[in-house]
Design a protein around this ligand. Structure first.
Ligand SMILES: C[S@@+](CC[C@H](N)C(=O)[O-])C[C@H]1O[C@@H](n2cnc3c(N)ncnc32)[C@H](O)[C@@H]1O
Length: 238
């Protein structure tokens, strides 16, 4: 049997949003490799006496994935946990893991995304919104155009901003987004927004206001934003 990988979404932080399927995958794994915050979400499930746990950073991850793959014996499992849902805003890493392990040896277990929690809290359904991540290393110019178009069309938007403190030209956080929308002809003094920080954790905060309020305001890297233009419509209308 080849070496197997579980790519597991572990929810936005609280263990309450960790599914049984995710826990099961972690328990079956000899190796657990992840970022610090994500590992902390599954700490209660990991058995450090039996499992080898490796913390990675953006810089170290490639070497660690390759080392673990070399060390693994046939039939052994490794879990790489991802915050939220592994299928949202994680593809730069997920695609590399699929390359290393081969699609047929990988099982992806979805999790509850920070986007879904933001949708629930703002009462903006994901099917009525443009759901978009700016939290990528690649180019975001097309995504920025999509954002403006969606807002001009009166759609809601649920988004993850892009923190890039070492290069502010690439930073695209709430304040930058508000200024960008204004510069593109949108009346941000009337545009309703929500910002949620540290969702599902004991540091959780909620900001509710209009987009122009966001100019000059700083929020945590761990934040999701909602632009709310949703018109409620029930089955009684149809
Ligand atoms: C690389 S993306 C991963 C998104 C993740 N896969 C998901 O489905 O939520 C990292 C970003 O997700 C958002 N995020 C993750 N957990 C969060 C939380 N507990 N509260 C607010 N935002 C969160 C933040 O915008 C963070 O910078």
């Amino acid at each position: 049997m080849p070496k197997k990988l579980f790519i597991v979404g572990v929810g936005p932080g609280s263990a309450l949003y960790l599914t049984d399927a995710a826990k099961d995958a972690v328990r079956r794994s000899k190796y657990v490799v992840g970022y610090k915050y994500t590992l902390s979400t599954i700490e209660g499930v990991i058995d450090r006496k039996k499992q080898q746990v490796l913390e990675v950073t953006m810089k170290s991850q490639e070497d660690v994935y390759q080392d673990v793959y070399k060390k693994m014996k046939d039939g052994e499992y490794c879990t790489v946990p991802f915050t939220g849902d592994a299928n949202f805003s994680e593809s730069e890493v997920v695609d590399r893991l699929l390359e290393i392990f081969g699609d047929e040896n990988v099982q992806i277990i979805p999790g509850i995304s920070s986007i879904q929690i933001a949708a629930a809290k703002s009462r903006v359904p994901t099917d009525k919104a443009l759901v978009i991540t700016f939290h990528v290393t690649g180019d975001i110019e097309q995504k920025k155009k999509d954002l403006v178009q969606a807002v001009k069309e009166g759609r809601s938007v649920i988004l993850l901003p892009r923190p890039w403190p070492r290069d502010l030209s690439k930073h695209f956080m709430q304040s930058d987004i508000a200024k960008f929308l204004k510069a593109n002809g949108i009346d941000t003094s009337k545009l309703k927004v929500w910002v949620f920080e540290h969702l599902t954790t004991d540091k959780e905060t909620t900001f509710k206001g209009v987009a122009s309020d966001l100019e000059g305001k700083e929020f945590s890297d761990l934040s999701a934003m909602v632009i709310d233009q949703t018109k409620r419509q029930t089955y009684l209308e149809f």
